[in-house]
Design a protein around this ligand. Sequence first.
Ligand code: 8ZB
Length: 483
Amino acid sequence: MLLENRRWSPPQLEEARRQALAGWPTGAGVDLQDAYAFHHSLPPERVAHRKLQAGAAAGRIFLQPRAGVALLAEHIELLSTLETRGCADFLPTTIDSYTRQNRYSEADRGIEESKAAGRSLLNGLPAVNYGVGNCRRIVEAAGVPVQVRHGTPDARLLAEIALAAGFTDFEGGGISYNIPYAKDVPLEHSLRCWQYVDRLCGLYAEQGIVINREMFGPLTGTLVPPAISHAVGIIEALLAAEQGVRSIALGYGQGGNLVQDVAALRTLSDLGRSYLDRSGYQDVQLTTVFHQWMGGFPQDESRAQGVIAWGAATAALGGVNKVIVKTPHEALGIPTAEANVVGLLCTRQVIMMLAEQSLPETPGLQAEEAIIRQEVREIFDRVLELGEGDLAAGVVRSFAAGVLDVPFAPSRCAKGSILPARDRDGAIRLLNFGDLPLSREIREFHRQKIEERGRAEKREPGFRMVIDDIYAISKGMLVGKRK
Ligand code: 8ZB
């Protein structure tokens, strides 16, 4: 069947569910009636979309860590530590890499080997292997909403099991969980798989059970210009809404320049809102998520804390509904519970201290917002044009043509011909535009900004500059300097 942005019919979903649930024996444990009953029994403070809604109304900024280990009991204990000692507002369940690639036999072996070793040998919790009943214990043990976080191009079975278990929040999208995470998965396939996930959420919504869907904004986490992640997130939101998703969170990864980041956060929520409204999805709840710096971190834990604190300040000044926090172990690997608590408390402290403060409206901030808005519009319009009005078809054609592109992405579906670099102030700009459909005016703006830096550093902007920028934060600065 042709890929199009149209709500799946009941028989289409039914047939697809039969196939997906047969993907691993635990699929047989999915019982929708039981799932609906469990969701209806959850109090509002443990339901993601309700908590997000209440938080948005009260102007609160929620904090959420990342966490997941191979063994169930340990995982539950880890989450309990993050909730009680870290005061996490939302809990995660980060899924391991085998599960993300649908390699469930290997995940099984990872569980066994972890049991034998007495420690986690997987980088997350293999939820599909554990199945509905076991996963429900995670949700039951938590006093706050629990979200599945992963990086799975085909998350059909994972979504079935997670939603049936009672998770009320599910991260990912057909673009953001493919392009940065996989090399060889066709976009058409991941988009279809995520239409399934979104339609499944739609099915739950028909029972009054609203699952929050969060789009993974940071993409490759490597110098991604805000307009690119915004365009991708907004497109994923529209595709999700068409399948019946009622609560959407759009993510954005910290760039490092305060003015650009604040402009990005502000435009993310109101561009998101206006695209949803214009497409007839006025009743879809929209919130935003800020990811503390997703690029390379300093090894030194005290320096890492500095990066975390700057992310916290940016989130507070930009205004956002939820922050995904980093830890002082970021450069080393999977953090301990302790390191995660440190990241949470450090972030909380800074956000609380900025609660009464706001940034003045400056011409610089307004200009930055205007640039992002125009770039998103130029990209979005061309995607829709290439799709001849159909957004899903437009996405596939746009990536093939480089009209949508993501810097440093491993996927063969992305052209990979754009090159970002920081300007003199550390804002992320484009050095190479690849085939992005950006106007002369916008290109001239980027060119001037990067030339200005070149003059200040007395060097020709080029690949060396990009490399310096990629490593800059891990070396203790924002704008990369020549050795
Ligand atoms: C794309 C997201 C990468 C971030 C963290 C990494 C990095 C991955 C786990 C985790 C705690 C896990 N991450 N897996 N953090 N527990 N199982 O996601 O460290 O910051």
